[in-house]
Design a protein around this ligand. Structure first.
Ligand SMILES: NC(=O)c1ccc[n+]([C@@H]2O[C@H](COP(=O)([O-])OP(=O)(O)OC[C@H]3O[C@@H](n4cnc5c(N)ncnc54)[C@H](O)[C@@H]3O)[C@@H](O)[C@H]2O)c1
Length: 180
């Protein structure tokens, strides 16, 4: 992370982490809690109340952790979740490639539509910082040993195609947030 970005997170913040029940989101949540931040963690709703990998967060960190169950495809929930948050780290996504061939609509609704919901909510709330994760999958299979920014997007799989809009949305929204 660039030095200027680190400076903004060295003070104590309230941070929303989407996809917090997932592999990366749960580790990021734990790290942020260890650094003294307050984390609102969104895990995908299910009827069992299963919070995924968040169940491994050490008990002593839980006072600063607010776990919410929900779905990023719901724009109303997104408005509610971003309220009072200084920073949003967006990690919720459907990532499995085989299932993307079976249910491409779910991937578009979640990865593109869900990201749009979140970014719109952040724009309305004037959230100071938003970080949207994408994937190198949007560039397709590597043709060169060293990747550069000049490589074009090549979305041949549904997972790649559904990640292309969030990647471009991220650029637009970051520009909008910086200019506000
Ligand atoms: N793991 C990697 O090596 C890797 C590499 C590059 C990029 N990424 C990107 O990082 C992000 C997180 O990856 P991960 O490995 O932690 O994935 P993961 O599948 O472990 O976590 C994603 C989380 O998002 C949640 N989710 C899915 N749909 C949702 C919805 N509609 N509403 C709310 N939550 C929903 C899932 O339940 C899951 O807990 C993804 O965008 C992924 O493409 C991951």
């Amino acid at each position: 992370m660039a030095a200027s970005n680190r400076a903004s997170i060295t003070r104590t913040c309230r941070i929303l982490v989407t996809g917090a029940g997932g592999f990366i989101g749960s580790h990021v949540t734990e790290l942020l809690l260890q650094e003294g931040h307050r984390v609102r963690a969104l895990a995908r709703y299910n009827g069992r109340g299963d919070i995924g990998h968040l169940r491994h967060i050490p008990e002593n960190l839980s006072p600063s952790l607010e776990v919410r169950l929900g779905d990023i495809t719901d724009p109303f929930l997104m408005r509610d979740l971003v309220a009072d948050c200084d920073i949003v780290l967006h990690l919720a996504a459907l990532i499995g490639i085989p299932y993307s061939y079976i249910a491409p609509g779910s991937y578009l609704a979640t990865n593109a539509g869900g990201t749009l919901n979140l970014l719109e909510a952040c724009r309305e709330a004037k959230t100071a910082r938003v970080v949207v994760t994408s994937t190198s999958e949007v560039y397709g299979t590597a043709l060169y040993t060293r990747s550069t920014r000049s490589i074009r997007y090549r979305g041949s799989r549904p997972t790649r195609q559904a990640k292309l809009p969030p990647t471009s949305l991220r650029r637009l929204t970051i520009a909008a947030l910086i200019c506000r």
